[in-house]
Design a protein around this ligand. Structure first.
Ligand code: CP
Length: 328
């Protein structure tokens, strides 16, 4: 029988950061149990409703989180805020004479009336670094919904993705302390820093060797970089790596916040660079732009573990939702 301990009491009301997992080995053990016994807790979610709110598009998060909740016996409601709901004003003090007929400050507590747990996806908007890094939208859900809230990717973090990434690394690692390299790669659009921030936050909880490589100008928030070694020479960074974690992100620093500074395809992950590694596994959270981020041959190679990584999104979501259900 599984022990009924909780990962961390702070998780009871919200899950917005991988740090809230508390003891990592305990969290991995709970995830392993969930993976091996996906339907063992069907009673836990009976007559409970998960409301999933999407301010942005999704494939994996939507499907994996819904599947996780269904495995736990829950009912699920999905709301795409930009498709079919009233347009929402998010700023307080605005004279609402424009095209937004409802304010988030009414909408959030109303949503809270219809469910037991809320998952929120709300990306960085790149309009205000301060608003993004203070998690304006997510924190309003936490404050006003009256229900436990978890992040399905917010402005600064994507903890369910990071948990799935780390579960995958634990499953595939061949040495106790693998060398993990997170590399920037080119992309035509400005993408948030949530995934790289969150991944860095997670790997910094381990004692693994951790290198972040990117062109100059793409430095991440130092509080997320933590003890990682930043290496501007991508090829040097790849030497001896056990895992290559590729991701694009827009600039973070100064006036360049949210800007695309480079689309240099010499940073694309290809087989020549992978040959510098310790036969590393290739990881990416997906969706991925082929031949921008990674070449076809690398993502299709036996060392590519992007599909098992995506499959583990169910495990990470189910482990977290289960903990929240246990607190209700
Ligand atoms: N990795 C991830 O979160 O994928 P989606 O944006 O499709 O949910």
């Amino acid at each position: 029988m599984e022990k009924t301990y909780r990962i961390n009491k702070d998780m009871l009301k919200e899950f917005t950061s991988i740090k809230q997992l508390g003891d990592l080995s305990e969290a991995f053990a709970k995830a392993k149990y969930v993976k091996e016994n996906p339907f063992a807790d069907q009673e836990l979610g009976r007559n409970r409703t998960l409301l999933m709110i999407f301010f942005n598009s999704s494939l994996r998060t939507r499907l994996s989180t819904q599947k996780a909740a269904m495995n736990l016996g829950m009912n699920v409601i999905v709301l795409d805020v930009n498709q079919g709901a009233w347009k929402l004003e998010t700023e307080r003090g605005v004279i609402m004479d424009g095209d937004k007929p409802e304010h988030l400050l009414e909408a959030i507590p109303v949503m809270g009336c219809y469910c037991d747990i809320i998952g929120v996806r709300s990306f960085a908007r790149f309009e205000s670094k301060n608003d993004d890094y203070e998690e304006l939208i997510l924190n309003q859900f936490i404050k006003y919904s009256g229900k436990p809230v978890f992040s399905m990717e917010a402005a600064t973090r994507h903890p369910l993705q990071t948990f799935a990434d780390m579960i995958t690394i634990e499953e595939y690692k061949k040495v106790e302390k693998p060398k993990i390299v997170m590399t920037w790669a080119p992309h035509p659009k400005a993408l948030p820093q949530a995934v790289p921030n969150s991944f860095a936050e997670g790997i910094n909880l381990t004692d693994y060797e951790f290198v972040i490589t990117h062109p100059k100008g793409y430095e991440l928030d130092p509080s997320f970089v933590g003890k990682a070694h930043v290496e501007y020479d991508q090829k040097k960074a790849f030497e001896g790596a056990d895992f290559i974690y590729a991701k694009n992100w827009a600039a973070y620093t100064g006036d360049n916040y949210g800007k695309v500074l480079s689309m240099d395809r010499s940073w694309t992950v290809d087989s020549a660079k992978m040959a510098l590694t310790n036969n590393a596994y290739f990881m990416h959270c997906l969706p991925v732009r082929r031949n921008m981020i990674v070449t076809d041959d690398v993502i299709e190679s036996p060392q590519s573990i992007v599909i098992p990584e995506a499959a583990n999104r169910v495990v990470s979501a189910q482990t977290v939702i289960k903990e929240i259900l246990m607190s209700l």
